[in-house]
Write a protein that binds this ligand. Sequence first.
Ligand SMILES: CC(C)(COP(=O)(O)OP(=O)(O)OC[C@H]1O[C@@H](n2cnc3c(N)ncnc32)[C@H](O)[C@@H]1OP(=O)(O)O)[C@@H](O)C(=O)NCCC(=O)NCCS
Length: 137
Amino acid sequence: MPEFELIWNDETLKPEEFEGFFVGWENPPSPEVAYRAFKGASEYCLARIDGKLVGFITVFTDGFYIAYIPLLEVRPEYQRRGIGKALVRAAVERYKDFYKLDVLCDLRSVLFYQQLGFQWVSGATLVNTGRQSTGKT
Ligand SMILES: CC(C)(COP(=O)(O)OP(=O)(O)OC[C@H]1O[C@@H](n2cnc3c(N)ncnc32)[C@H](O)[C@@H]1OP(=O)(O)O)[C@@H](O)C(=O)NCCC(=O)NCCS
């Protein structure tokens, strides 16, 4: 398995590279919607192997105080090779001088984030299921 590389805010990203992501989502976003969401994020980091997009993380931030991780995913066939942890560590390093780096996730993923130094706290979210595939149109 060739080594993966991490690239922040890769300008070469194309919508079609999102094919095969958002696994298990009831109403996954189209590649075009995913692409818009990345371009609207404050920053994103891509994991590539020989140019192929195998994982990503996105970040929203005010730029100096708090940062939030909305999306993290590694293609199923590339999981458990350290790519997910490397993406989170890259964000932790990038925002290490901020007050907080937050993420909202399910219980299984909390354990994953705890391995990376995050604390388990309570959270709340307001989900508009009917907009999962599109967001605001
Ligand atoms: C969570 C996820 C990004 C981990 O990526 P990965 O490249 O497999 O992670 P790593 O190889 O760096 O680390 C593996 C560790 O992640 C944890 N892990 C693996 N799959 C997981 C999953 N589906 N959910 C939560 N944690 C998981 C395990 O603790 C594993 O450790 P182990 O191999 O010692 O048992 C990946 O499973 C994924 O894309 N899941 C679907 C999307 C998701 O749940 N995103 C997180 C919510 S924000």
